[in-house]
Design a protein around this ligand. Sequence first.
Ligand SMILES: [Zn+2]
Length: 173
Amino acid sequence: MNKNFNMASRQRKYNIDNANSKQKRLDELQPPPYFSTQNGYCKFSYRGVVVERAQGAYQIGRRIVISGFPVASVDGMWTDSSMLKRTIDLGLEQACPERHKAVMEQYRNWKCPSCGSVALVDSKDIHVKWNYVVDSWGKEERVDTGIKLLTCNYCSEEVDSSDIPYVSSDVFL
Ligand SMILES: [Zn+2]
């Protein structure tokens, strides 16, 4: 083996190890986020049906309002994700296609550009961006900027809600 090549690959390995341990130290310093992902909690849309995942179990996260969908078939807690996915698929086959289309547009997923998490675009995560200014009396007041921000539940990143990075809801998370 070429000696230079060997040194280069050793340097690369050193760089990777160093980067990993740096990241690890950073992780240890960082306080746990307010919304913990430790239980694998996630709320997402699967083809317009809102599903909640927590501690390895799944349940429907929001009442299904698609006419024709046999709502009772997806009741309760599910530990087998592929079985729930199949049951939802079957239910949607019986559902009104127009209504399904409308609900799919209502319940969409987005991918956080910062941490890569995929989650439901939930109206409770959208809030007004305020500007804090001091008025002529020296009192602080807040001014509505007209911008609404969507907050990532995993890393607190905020994106402009008029420019949400949507992703498909065809994948069962
Ligand atoms: Zn994030």
